[in-house]
Structure formats: C-alpha cells, structure tokens
Design a protein around this ligand. Sequence first.
Ligand code: P6P
Length: 351
Amino acid sequence: MSKAQTFGEFIMDRQAEFPFVSGQLTRLLTDIGVAAKIVNQQVNRAGLTSILGASGNTNIQNEQQQKLDVFADDTFMRILSAGKSVCGIGSEEREDFVLCGESGEGRTGKYIVLIDPLDGSSNIDVNVSIGTIFSIVRRITPMGEPLSEADFLQPGTAQVAAGYILYGSSTMLLCTTGSGVNGFTLDPAVGEFFLSHPAMTFPNRGNTYSINDAVKAKSNSATQAFVDGCREAVDAGFRGRYIGSLVADFHRNLIHGGIYLYPSTTDKPQGKLRLLYECAPLAWIAEQAGGLAVDDSGRIMDKVPESLHDRSPYYVGIRHLVEGLQACRLAPEDAYVANDPAAASGGEHLH
Ligand code: P6P
C-alpha cells in the first residue's frame, strides 16, 4: 500500500523543477505549511479560548481586526521572517511592508511574500470557513542592497508560487509553482498535510455564480446582465452560492465549477478585493487549473500594482462563465443566456 505524500515530501520531489534551485523556495513553502498548522490549531479552538472576537483595533483597510486576524498575521510574520529565504513580507493587515534579514533592510533572502493572513475573518465568530492566501515573488533589487517598494509591486505574472489554506470542514492547502495546482489535506492526528487532490482543474462546465446580492444592484451593466442571465437559468441548474469568504467561495467554485464576482460598483469603482493579497494569487491558481481571472478590462495576472493596497474589480472561475461575463461586456445589448454553450464559449469575439 503506497503512502500518501506529505506537502514537504512533495515540494522536495518537485524542487528540481524550480529554476536556479537553491532550496530557498522549498524552505519557504515548508515554513508556510508550518505557520498554517499553527494558525489552524487556533482557528479550530477559537470558540474555546479568549482568542475569539474583535481585537479592538482596526487594520490598514479600516476593518475591525479580529483577534485571530492578529494571531494569524503575527504567526506568519514570525515563521516566515525567521527563515533565511525571505527578504520582505507584505501583509493585508499592515500598512507598510516588513523588511527581513539581520540588517532589517531586506538585503538577504531571495523571496518576497505577499499574504492575507486570515481572509473572511468577519466569519470567525459564526464558525464559517476562513482562509489564508499567499503569493511569492523574487526580489528585484540585487542581493545585498536594501529592498524598495518596487520589489513588492510586481504583476501576477512575476509570481513563483501562490496558494491558499482553507480552514474549513477539513483544512486544505492548495499551491501552484507553475506546473498545475495540487491540494493537500491536513491530518490533525499526525500534524501533516497529505497530497489528497493532485493536479486539480475546474470541471468542464459549471453553473454556480457567487456574488453579494446587495453589491450586484450597484454593479456595472455587464455584471448585472450576466447575473440576470444566470438567474434566468435556474431550470438549467444554475444557482447562487455566496459564503462571504473568498477562499471558501473560490474553492467550491474550483471543485464544482463556478464564477466568483466582486465587481466595480458605483460607490467602489475599484471593487473591494486587494490585487496583491487576494486577486493575483487566486488568479494564478485559477489559470493553472484551466480557469480565468479578469477585471473590467483584462487579465488580472498582467496588472501592475501602483501601491501595496490596490484594489481591483474581480471575476474569477471556470473559463466558460468568465468568458460569458466578458461577452456581456462586449455586447451589453444582448441578454446573456447562461445555459447556451455558444453564449459562453463564444471565444471568437473575445480578446
Ligand atoms: P462583502 C472578506 O472581507 C472579503 O475580502 C472576501 O473574503 C469576501 O469574499 C468578501 O470580502 C465579502 O465582501 O462585501 O460581500 O461582505
């Protein structure tokens, strides 16, 4: 009987695939797994300790910080900065990036980590799934010199690894380094992530759309036409599912086939989600799994951030539904027929 591969064994075996391998990325990904296990342990006990509830502080997003937010941010910061692989960390919870290394200027270490330590934390108190999202890029500044903000403001195409941890009915870690998406499930009895979902891809078709109904009414015309079309296709099995926790919604749509929309709206022209910490890493996962991730004009992976906390309209998921949304943008006068394969897969007029 074969033994399931652990996350650590998997990345060690794949190490040879990483260009200019030095073992630093392997060490970094291993550290992410360790931090995830520590956070998971607290997430699973949140109701039992005083860690539940608001910390009394607000973060850079002017959002009420939950105690678990702070714990998760501190844990990933501590574990990742202790390794020799990391020169800098940008966190969705912190206004400025953190420079690592003995000099505290990021002169050593090959990689930069962008992280949303605990996304969906407004769901903590009601015991709904939450997640961690991570993105890894190489430093641009030569080794030995202090990092600058430009090292952090790289497009999604510069990522060397990206993924998420979903603290759900089970705890899963999904990761890509550019050769597909692999899913690992935590066995709490032994404290290891085991390869449970090799080579994950979206199914060929899907019929789930995820959008906050209150946001839809304020959204752009293409989003409204697309969602109205999905709602018309109930008889064809189309259904709305929205958890309000991006990682959980994304993961369900990856497994069952669906699209998540957080659109530009009249009051938030740039939408709500953060380009560096949420949109870009999940965009790479989506593309590696055969899906698409776009904003109101093009591919998320090509967007170059202007600042650490840029937001972006975000539409991500199974290819035929994202293309269906794009068709609504190109032909707003046409009603979107969700269940019409031609309407969705009409690649001929899509860029
Ligand atoms: P709304 C959580 O704050 C988050 O960033 C995502 O996890 C989630 O999908 C979205 O915001 C929920 O936003 O406006 O629908 O509550």
